[in-house]
Design a protein. Structure first.
Length: 271
């Protein structure tokens, strides 16, 4: 039943991401304001984050009442089916608050602790990325139809375009800036989009050679990590570890290991 089940989970994630993306894109109020803060006064939640998560969890629960949830805006339940949904209803909230287009809806399904299906919808690009474990990664967008995606061919680190993100806690962000300062002379360049889910999909689609960030939560990376791996990228944390809040690294096979080694040498995982 694994194959049909994973297809069912993917299709449900796609529908939930599509509806949440439409709500966020079409329902954004002109006077959108901060509803709450999280780790710091500049780490914000809007009313639309909360509304999108309620839409997603409500739709999934209608179809799969026994599943569990882990959501950025508070959805948390164990469930009894062995399936847990890991949801970021609006990855890139600050971008969204300012009217910038780089934000996404990220939904992943875990079975017994392993991510088996993931969808990232990027409404302002008109793109949706999806993957099922062991079946590759696919996307729809401005091009015609659905197409398989793959990360870029291996490039030497000095020719790599790499993205990163910065924490909302000032002391952590200052250290991250120092790591980036040391990395920049060793790369083609560094980008910063403001959405981990988008960055991971851009690695998967060949728009970036690598990506790293400290401080990610499971909902930030669950879907994007699966999509990147199914597109041929390598992902991990510190050497020998899985992606985690301590450190997340993704990259083409030629970039991943040297980037990971440099980040370890530079202490990217601690203050």
């Amino acid at each position: 039943m694994t194959g049909p089940l994973h297809t069912e989970l993917l299709e449900l994630a796609e529908e939930a991401a599509r509806r949440a993306g439409e709500l966020l894109r079409d329902g954004r109020p002109a006077d959108l304001a901060v509803a709450a803060t999280k780790s710091s006064p500049i780490d914000v939640v809007t009313e639309m984050d909360i509304a999108a998560e309620k839409l997603i969890t409500g739709l999934i629960s209608e179809h799969r009442a026994d599943d569990g949830f882990l959501g950025e805006e508070g959805a948390s339940s164990e469930g009894s089916s062995g399936i847990r949904w890991v949801i970021d209803p609006l990855d890139g909230t600050v971008n969204y608050l300012y009217g910038l287009p780089t934000w996404a809806v990220s939904i992943a399904a875990e079975q017994d602790g392993e991510t088996v299906a993931g969808v990232v919808a990027i409404p302002m690009r008109g793109e949706t990325y999806r993957a099922v474990r062991g079946r590759g990664a696919w996307a729809t967008g401005a091009w015609e139809g659905e197409r398989g995606i793959a990360c870029r061919p291996a490039a030497p680190l000095e020719q790599a375009l790499v993205s990163t993100g910065f924490n909302y806690v000032t002391e952590v962000r200052a250290h991250q800036a120092e790591v980036a300062r040391r990395l920049i002379p060793l790369l083609r360049d560094i980008r910063r989009s403001g959405s981990a889910a988008v960055d991971l999909c851009d690695v998967a689609a060949g728009r970036l050679d690598g990506y790293y960030e400290r401080g990610l939560h499971p909902w930030d990376l669950a879907a994007g990590d699966l999509i990147a791996r199914e597109a041929g990228a390598l992902t991990g944390g510190r050497p020998g570890r899985r992606p985690s809040r301590e450190l997340t690294v993704a990259g083409t096979p030629g970039v991943f290991e040297p980037l990971q080694r440099l980040l370890e040498d530079f202490g990217a995982w601690h203050d």
